[in-house]
Unconditional design. Structure first.
Length: 350
């Protein structure tokens, strides 16, 4: 079974060179395992999510994510071949546990629903298939390794035969908490940004400039700028709620009015919409923050640090009271490691 998995993986790597093709694709199929299609937009979506959560995967980030998605899909495919069954009760139990965890992180069920813009039942329905697939993959992984029996003496013998230079260091696990103060954007900076986008929108509609060229030259979104602002099919919930709200309120072919999200100001052109999915292109402009506002944020952080050192607040209390990071403020500023599924990070790799 293990040999089968790694043989199939090797064939896929030979036939599909993601690093060579990613520049050629605006979007489309970049891998197929069984009946599972891996889309370019799926990789880009996970890359954006990783960046939003503060993960730095380096220059090979897309390749690393692609390899992870491909291996996960391979496990799911083999699980289907072996008729591994995950019951609805098992999936719902796992969903309930995860929802409860995030409720505790964000400060309750109501806040979680506000964050997603959906009810708990809608959130569960959206993630049901994803959780089911992951559980199948994990059960398949366990089945592959179930027959492997290694005695302590065999491990010791193998270790002693290794060259010292080939033995990796085992890094310590650390838990990281932070308090974030976001510099405030002045009303003048916001108005200047909106005025610029409104001017571009008018010129795009009149044919004086093209949407794609403007996006390439000026958009502040690194994920779509190189593609003329284009993104392929995404599901509701992939982007922030404000973005989805506009995407589902304008007509196909229409360029939206300027709108604001937590990332800045946008204009969006909707290409097509099917059910809860849509594709299009956008331009993002982030208002410039003045040096004075940056200094004010640093000064506030210094004051918070002083309050913590003097014992007036614990770090956890200060995070809840002052931090602008809505994803960590309600759990004492602790950063969650999505890859490890816990709050622990490897000290060497982060």
């Amino acid at each position: 079974m293990t040999k089968l998995l790694f043989t199939a993986l090797a064939i896929l790597i030979t036939n599909l060179s993601f690093s060579q093709k990613k520049q050629e694709l605006i979007d489309g199929t970049i891998g197929v395992i069984g009946n599972k299609v891996i889309l370019h937009s799926e990789i880009e979506s996970q890359l954006v999510q990783a960046k939003q959560e503060g993960f730095d995967l380096g220059e090979d980030s897309r390749c690393l994510i692609y390899e992870q998605v491909m291996f996960q899909s391979l496990l799911m495919y083999q699980a289907e071949v072996d008729s591994i069954i995950i019951t609805p009760d098992q999936v719902n139990g796992e969903l309930t546990n995860r929802i409860r965890y995030f409720e505790n992180q964000i400060g309750g069920r109501k806040k979680l629903e506000e964050f997603y813009g959906k009810s708990i039942e809608e959130i569960k329905a959206e993630f049901y298939t994803t959780i089911e697939d992951r559980m199948k993959a994990e059960q398949m992984r366990g089945k592959i390794t179930a027959g492997i029996n290694i005695t302590p003496s065999e491990v010791k013998k193998y270790y002693n035969n290794l060259h010292p230079d080939s033995i990796p260091l085992v890094g310590s696990k650390v838990e990281v908490s932070h308090i974030t103060i976001a510099p405030q954007v002045s009303d003048e900076a916001k108005k200047a940004t909106k005025d610029k986008l409104n001017k571009w929108r008018t010129e795009i509609l009149s044919g004086e400039r093209t949407f794609s060229t403007t996006a390439v030259l000026y958009s502040n979104d690194p994920g779509s700028r190189g593609e003329g602002g284009e993104f392929d099919w995404v599901s509701r919930g992939t982007f922030v709620p404000e973005f989805d709200r506009i995407a589902f309120s304008i007509k196909e072919g229409e360029v939206s009015q300027v709108f604001e999200t937590e990332y800045g100001f946008h204009i969006l052109e909707l290409f097509e919409r099917r059910g809860d999915q849509y594709r299009g292109r956008h331009i993002l402009l982030i208002p410039k923050i003045s040096d004075m506002e940056v200094l004010n944020a640093k000064t506030k952080l210094d004051s918070i640090a002083g309050l913590i050192k003097s014992g007036i607040y614990t770090f956890e209390e200060a995070a809840k009271k002052f931090s602008d990071d809505k994803e960590t403020r309600y759990n004492g500023g602790v950063i969650y490691n999505q890859q490890a599924g816990s709050s622990l990070f490897d000290e060497r790799t982060g």
